[in-house]
Design a protein around this ligand. Structure first.
Ligand SMILES: [Zn+2]
Length: 291
């Protein structure tokens, strides 16, 4: 099964949807880390959610969902970029116990907030914040939609460490008077019957057929998704420069060089003392040496 997202709509109604399935992209994220199973599952749900949101708001840019909690799991973050690439990371609080396999979303993240950032290419950045006051990730994200998009939106998310999947339904404002008035309730009610195993194990068209074979569903071309990271030596260099010359020279005195790594993809970036000095002398220049 390929990593893809597919948009669909119900003919003659104001209901539209998205369905996403991730396998390779999810593995690429998990393979780079050794998170406990409960965290792996949440990261899968978050990856599915970030793909669904990006396509739903038709964003040409970068969209990130950050879950910032006070629990053992202090950060969960997933991000999409315009190339259909996804990346994600989790951070377990210092001294935090490893979450048990059956811990729920709220058990793991505790109180806090979800920050959703939309950064369109050539447009203005928009940030929305919702409190973590629902038991599930999908519940919190639904609250985000009702708050910021003001469109009734429902999400179903599933992940099992191997695959991640999600379904989103959204009711658009009534465009004509000739509407199927029950369409929203009916499509949500049917979606509520989907099992996680079905969302994760069946082809997308098969899921849609199982749920909606009595409806007229129009399905759009699927869009491919993959793992990808936007880190670069330039970005790493500007990150290092924020530490300041004093701190950087302290590290060089202790270690002789600076080795750093992208948290998302684990690409290593190496800086000699001469590299650091040239960065400090000329912070805006592109890095002259690639190691
Ligand atoms: Zn990276």
């Amino acid at each position: 099964m390929s990593d893809q997202i597919q948009r669909f709509l119900f003919d003659q109604t104001n209901v539209r949807g998205e369905i996403v399935t991730l396998s390779n992209a999810y593995h690429e994220v998990l393979d780079r880390h050794a998170y406990p199973p409960a965290v792996n599952q949440l990261l899968g749900e978050l990856l599915a959610a970030v793909a669904l949101l990006t396509d739903t708001v038709k964003l040409d840019g970068t969209l990130s969902i950050e879950v910032r909690g006070q629990g053992e799991l202090s950060l969960l973050m997933a991000e999409s970029n315009p190339g259909g690439e996804l990346r994600a990371i989790a951070r377990i609080a210092d001294g935090g116990a490893l979450p048990s396999e059956h811990a729920s979303f709220r058990d793991l993240v505790g109180d806090g907030q979800i920050v959703i950032t939309l950064d369109p290419r050539g447009g203005n950045r928009y940030q929305g914040v919702v409190a973590l006051d629902h038991d599930t990730l999908s519940g919190c994200l639904e609250a985000y939609f009702s708050q910021s998009e003001q469109l009734p939106t429902r999400l179903w998310l599933a992940a099992d460490g191997e695959r991640a999947g999600g379904l989103l339904l959204q009711r658009l404002p009534d465009a004509s008077q000739n509407q199927d008035v029950d369409a929203w309730e009916r499509s949500v009610h049917l979606a509520d019957t989907i099992k996680s195993e079905e969302l994760l194990g069946l082809e997308q068209r098969e899921v849609l057929y199982r749920l909606y074979h009595e409806e007229t569903v129009r399905v759009f071309e699927p869009k491919a998704l993959r793992f990808g990271c936007t880190c670069s030596r330039e970005r790493m260099s500007s990150g290092l420069l924020t530490l300041g010359g004093v701190e950087l020279r302290d590290i060089l005195r202790e270690q002789g060089e600076i080795n750093t790594q992208c948290h998302f993809c684990h690409t290593k970036y190496h800086y000699t003392a001469a590299d650091i000095e040239s960065l400090l002398d000329n912070p805006d220049a592109p890095s002259p040496t690639i190691h």
